[in-house]
Design a protein around this ligand. Sequence first.
Ligand code: PMV
Length: 320
Amino acid sequence: MNITYKAPGKIILSGEHSVVYAKPALVTAIDLCLTCTVSTRKDRECKTHGKELNDGVNIIDKSVTNYLREKNIKHEIVPYDLKIVSQIPVGRGMGSSAALCVALSAALSHLYTGHPLSKEQINTIAYRAEKHFHGNPSGVDVSASCFGGLIFFRKEFEFLKNISALHMKIPAVISQNLVILDTGKPEETTAEMVAIVGSKFNKDPINTENTLFKMEKITKRMVVAVAKEDSRMFEDSIYQNQLLLRELGVVSHEADKILADLSLAGYGKISGAGGSIDKSGLILFYIKNREEFENVIKIKKIKIIPFRQQFRGVEEVGSV
Ligand code: PMV
């Protein structure tokens, strides 16, 4: 038996880091997917995928079986081979590990139970697995990958996450001007960047709380901009957002330099955990002057990823 599931990557439009402090985040699934195929095999020995990946697969597998046991869902654990194909860049904040957790949780739970689980169930299993990779993630990556589309996310407590599907597409007046710039893999991991903001918060709680509060306002403004199809409000939210991310200390000189080079072309903000030492991962960029944008991109050789939303979330793409 072969079971294949695919799950999309994501990009955070607003609210990275502040989401760790129970503020909202606005995130969308992006049309770059990771596909997992599990195939039953007769012998018990599992093929190896390299140590790092094997460890990851074992964690996800355990999360699936623990969940099925805990919920008394009838299942049979069988040996399998695994094939993973991914279009999502790794280590950039596009949610590649979340997409792996989601697609593999969906495929393995289907293999062990003989039927698909609900997206809510897959989300719970994948979030538990993702915690092993990223320490204390908010869960925003996993939810975007699982449910697809535009999501307004807020984690009130560990046991209460509000995941609101916004059921709206970013309107063309806005999305046609959006691109994702890949500034390269940051030196720091997401967990390290979360810890940097954490120590800032501990040292200077009043000012940091104030920045996080402003971030919440900007995230909500961005939602209003999308709902009202107001491109001016949207581009301003990107600009304000970046100022706040800088205050949090998650933007490197290199990322600032790229945005300074592109200052006549439009506005950008880092998206995801960022980086402070060297590269800062992804930049969500709003183009105001396309000719200028294309000139700078060519001269500076900046890699761009098209901004295309994905709406289906995790989906089965075939079982034989
Ligand atoms: O997965 P990344 O690198 O896009 O960043 C996650 C966003 C953070 O808010 C920094 C962390 C989190 O768990 O939400």
